[in-house]
Ligand binder design. Structure first.
Ligand code: FE2
Ligand code: FE2
Length: 168
């Protein structure tokens, strides 16, 4: 469990604060992403773990945190019947990149992270190590969140996600 008051977590919040407070990001709290997990919480989970791993490895942890936070910056319901999972898997990173570019100025690395975070879905090849790390963090978080949803469904017990305490 991550202590919201530890130095690492505070450093993470400093890096993402301007993006976190933007209405365009706050709107993600209204979007369901996985069972019982908002898109905002999912993005915070991915951003935080990417930040920690990249920092440990001496990589660009600032870019990993900021682009990780924006990697799913889109607003449609991907669970809707109007879109297949395959369509969603290919299109949402482009939509997120478009929205992120409207929100802030992105570096080449941050652009690569958002655009190619769906690595392993088709012919997508990241250009930077940070992109691979965010992509793997995304998959682990998605699996964890989905399993959490199954567990909640099975037991009827809601357990608090340990990170992103500022999120809804
Ligand atoms: Fe995504
Ligand atoms: Fe994601």
């Amino acid at each position: 469990m991550v202590d919201a008051n530890n130095n690492l977590y505070r450093e993470f919040l400093d890096v993402i604060e301007d993006l976190f407070d933007a209405p365009e990001f706050q709107r993600l709290s209204e979007c369901r992403h996985h069972y019982g997990v908002s898109r905002m919480q999912h993005c915070i989970n991915v951003a935080y773990y990417s930040f920690v791993v990249c920092r440990r490895l001496g990589l660009d942890y600032r870019a990993a945190a900021r682009a990780g936070l924006l990697h799913d910056l889109f607003y449609y319901d991907w669970n809707s019947e109007t879109m297949s999972f395959k369509q969603h898997a290919y299109s949402h990173s482009k939509e997120a990149l478009k929205n992120a570019e409207k929100l802030t100025e992105l570096t080449e690395l941050e652009r690569d992270i958002i655009k190619n975070h769906m690595w392993l879905c088709g012919a997508i090849w990241p250009r930077y190590r940070e992109t691979y790390i965010v992509s793997v963090a995304d998959k682990i978080c998605a699996l964890w969140e989905a399993c959490r949803g199954v567990r909640i469904k099975a037991t009827g017990m809601a357990r608090k996600i340990p990170i992103g305490s500022r999120a809804a």
